[in-house]
Design a protein around this ligand. Structure first.
Ligand code: ADP
Length: 487
């Protein structure tokens, strides 16, 4: 039976994306719509939204609306756009006053107000459309107040929300959206301060993610291992107790990837194509990228790829010792893409200056270069300190690029350490978060790379793993159906 799902996300690829959330929102909702569920997907219209050439539709009754957040009223429109290449639609909440900002996420004092406005506007749009969801699926702290709002400010509307169960997905517990308790009135109207977490209020703060964990009917996170890790003091960032208290309501579902966009046999960003049966096109892509980036030396030298937000979470600190050693010994070429903390950008820029022709660092965001690096590289580095799911290691596997990852979160669930004795396994997995751990992984990779038959086996094993949304999406549908039946 088709389910009615209202899906709220701060990002949605290809319109807006800062990280994995944008990819997941797009791929999961595409999967759900594709198998006949009825969706209303709401996304803020950020100033950065890529919407050139998009098929727009104004939603007539949803123009010039007002929504109240705390003491203020904000004016918004709802505009609907077709997701390129599909027959699915996304509803944009258009409120330039709050979403014309320098970035998708900011440090400004009204950050929580922006997303409270978005959440309320989405719920009120459901009311105006007469869309009564079986499931309200919210994501990360930005829409974390949705379950509480359903139980408080919008509980009166039994017609629309009387049968609605909420699902909250944690894509990254490291970002909880804390703001000052003095802003409690911003939760209103119709949310009593007594509904807020008393301990946090006493400590002078309000934590949107904690409220989602307390009030959603089900809490999912993006891999089974991360679901275990966030219930421990080390991985829970202060929310492990609340998660443990929710017991079986917390589940881990490994993300899938968009296997159309990320497909080496048809990737529109690539000059050559290939598949697991014939990898010759991969060598051509590598040669083309080496040329494009002016990386020098024999094409036999292994090319390491890095595509990452440059944040501590991503294990960039481990590169400080290991990458200069490899470059000085002239053992690898490196193509790195990403931006983030200045100290990491400075480090990579410094390496590029010190080893010209051996490493190229592109500071910025480039979808095209990301695809190119995934396809051209021999190995992909992802030594994360923690990683809820991670997408790039799955892209790497699909592109015949050996992932070198640390055994954490979704990396542990998606990459199996290769065993040369049996020929089983898909990548290189190390345990200890320190330079020696990564050093061992890199030495292992270079050793296996020098054994062509072994390397071929390792690559094709990875290319044959199914990471499509068919598997993960079906798990979400089972969860939704269980909640809808119980609701
Ligand atoms: P996170 O969401 O923690 O940043 P994920 O691996 O889950 O990490 O997802 C990151 C996504 O963002 C991937 O699709 C990756 O290719 C993409 N990405 C990250 N940085 C860049 C960049 N500089 N240019 C292009 N794509 C990027």
């Amino acid at each position: 039976m088709p389910l009615r799902v209202c899906f709220l996300s701060a990002e949605f690829a290809p319109f807006s994306k800062a990280g994995g959330l944008g990819d997941v929102a797009s791929a999961l909702t595409g999967y759900l719509a594709g198998i006949g569920h009825e969706l209303r997907v709401f996304v803020p219209r950020h100033a950065q939204t890529q919407d050139a050439g998009v098929d727009w539709q104004a939603v007539d009754p949803l123009q010039g609306l007002d929504v109240q957040v705390g003491a203020r009223t904000y004016r918004y429109d709802v505009r609907t756009a077709r997701v390129p290449g599909t027959s699915h639609w996304v509803h944009f909440i258009v409120c330039p006053e709050l979403f014309d900002r320098p970035a998708l996420y900011t440090d400004s004092a009204d950050e929580h107000v922006r997303y409270l406005m978005f959440t309320r506007a989405a719920l009120e749009s459901c009311q105006r459309m007469g869309f009564s969801p079986d499931i309200l699926h919210c994501n990360d702290w930005h829409t974390g107040f949705a379950p509480l709002l359903l139980r408080t400010a919008y509980a009166w509307d039994r017609n629309v929300f009387g049968r609605t169960s909420s699902v909250f997905t944690i894509h990254n517990i490291g970002y909880q959206g804390l703001f000052a308790a003095s802003r409690a009135a911003d939760l209103g109207p119709s949310v009593d301060v007594n509904a807020l977490h008393a301990g946090d209020l006493l400590a002078g703060r309000i934590n949107p993610m904690r409220h989602a964990i307390l009030h959603a009917e089900a809490i999912t996170t993006v891999s089974p291992t991360y679901a275990r890790e966030i219930r421990t003091p080390d991985g829970g960032y202060g929310l492990d107790g609340d998660l443990r208290a929710r017991g079986a309501a917390v589940v881990g579902i490994l993300n899938g990837i968009d296997t159309q966009t990320w497909n080496p046999a048809g990737d529109t960003y690539l000059p050559h194509h290939y598949d697991a049966d014939d990898l010759s096109g991969k060598a051509l892509v590598k040669a083309a990228l080496l040329d494009l980036l002016r990386l020098q030396g024999s094409p036999q030298i292994p090319l390491l790829g890095i595509i990452s937000r440059l944040a501590q979470q991503k294990g960039i600190d481990l590169y400080f010792d290991t990458l200069p050693e490899l470059l000085a010994a002239n053992r690898v070429r490196i193509a790195a893409l990403g931006s983030g903390e200045p100290r990491y950008e400075t480090f990579l820029r410094g390496l590029q200056d010190e080893y010209p022709g051996r490493i190229v660092y592109h500071d910025g965001y480039s979808e095209e270069l990301a695809h190119y690096i995934e396809a051209a590289a021999d190995m992909f580095l992802m030594p994360s300190l923690y990683e809820p799911c991670g997408l790039n290691q799955m892209y790497s596997l699909r592109y015949g690029t050996c992932p070198i990852v640390r055994r954490t979160g979704g990396l542990a669930d998606s990459v199996q350490h290769f065993d040369p004795a049996t020929g089983a396994g898909t990548g290189i997995v190390f345990n200890d978060f320190n330079a020696d751990g990564l050093r061992w992984a890199l030495a292992t990779a270079l050793d296996w790379y020098a054994q062509p038959a072994l390397w071929q086996r390792l690559r094709t094993n990875g290319m044959r793993v199914d990471f499509s949304w068919t598997r993960s999406g079906a798990e979400y549908v089972r969860l939704y159906a269980r909640l809808a039946a119980a609701g």
